[in-house]
Design a protein around this ligand. Structure first.
Ligand code: 1HN
Length: 270
């Protein structure tokens, strides 16, 4: 840059402007460029630490006991990768968090424990190991573990960094703290998880899946059945998407979810 250009850039800066040609490659990369770095979080390393939060903080103190996954190259936001947040949450038997909603969409995968439940807009769902559950943007939700259960750990995934980047996130506590159960327990799965069937005349106009809970047994069975007739992807093994049964598309507009099965000895390509 010549002294004249440097002066010019300074003048522009003082006026709250800039010369596009100095930043064009940065703001319009030739290819998508992720600042996140690859990292493996091992459940074996994290599980005991997550459990320790049960003794260290009460739900009242913590709001929720979560150990979040921090991508080391993303110090600017709390993100596991890209614009997605993820964490491991633990709750003890008899605990129930207050109901709330936010513009971030959330999904959860139950890692372990018995007796977990969640209530999404009045649809209470019982949650077992390896179940997958949605709490889409704007839905009231609360989670807990039944008195007779065991400590439960689930992995949360939310599009919090994305919503924050859009200046669109908010968090609201339910006026009644806990919301009523207004439908029969597990009705969403009973209504929308039929094998290729949907209830006649039932409409759904929301932009997320009406099926909030994807149970593990039919999921594992679907993987095994598919594996009988396919070699699977050389990159991803037997790979299936959780879908909105009404559209065949992603479960929510900003976060999709898939399940992968690797068979014994299987090693996939990069
Ligand atoms: C949230 O609402 C949950 O509902 C979990 O359990 C993790 C992380 C950030 C903001 C909201 C939950 C969250 C969260």
């Amino acid at each position: 840059d010549t002294p004249e250009l440097v002066r010019y850039y300074r003048e522009l800066e003082e006026l709250g402007t800039g010369a596009l040609w100095t930043v064009a490659n940065k703001i319009e990369p030739w290819e998508p460029a992720s600042p996140s770095v690859p990292i493996i979080w091992r459940y074996n390393d994290l599980r005991d630490r997550v459990m320790r939060a049960l003794e260290l903080v009460t739900p009242e103190q913590a709001g929720r006991r979560v150990v979040y996954l921090a991508n080391p190259a993303r110090q600017d936001v709390v993100a596991a990768v890209g614009w997605l947040y993820s964490g491991l949450q633990v709750m003890a038997p008899g605990e129930c968090a207050s109901s709330h909603r936010h513009s971030a969409s959330a999904l959860r995968f139950i890692m372990e424990g018995e007796g977990a439940f969640t209530n999404v807009d009045g649809h209470k769902m019982t949650l077992g190991r390896n179940d997958f559950v949605l709490t889409p943007n704007g839905t009231w939700h609360e989670h807990g573990v039944a008195e007779g259960g065991t400590p439960c750990i689930w992995q949360d995934g939310l599009d919090i960094p994305l919503m924050n980047a859009l200046d669109a996130n908010f968090y609201e506590v339910h006026p009644d703290l806990n919301q009523a159960v207004t439908y029969p327990v597990d009705d969403a799965t009973a209504t929308w998880a039929g094998a290729g069937l949907r209830p006649a005349g039932q409409d759904w106009s929301k932009r997320y899946s009406p099926l909030f809970k994807y149970e593990w047994e039919p999921t594992y069975e679907a993987l095994q059945r598919y594996a009988r007739v396919t070699d699977g992807s050389p990159y991803d093994g037997v790979h299936m998407d959780y879908m909105n049964p009404l559209t065949g598309g992603a479960v929510m507009s900003t976060i999709g979810a898939s399940i992968q099965m690797l068979r014994p000895g299987e090693r996939t390509r990069a």
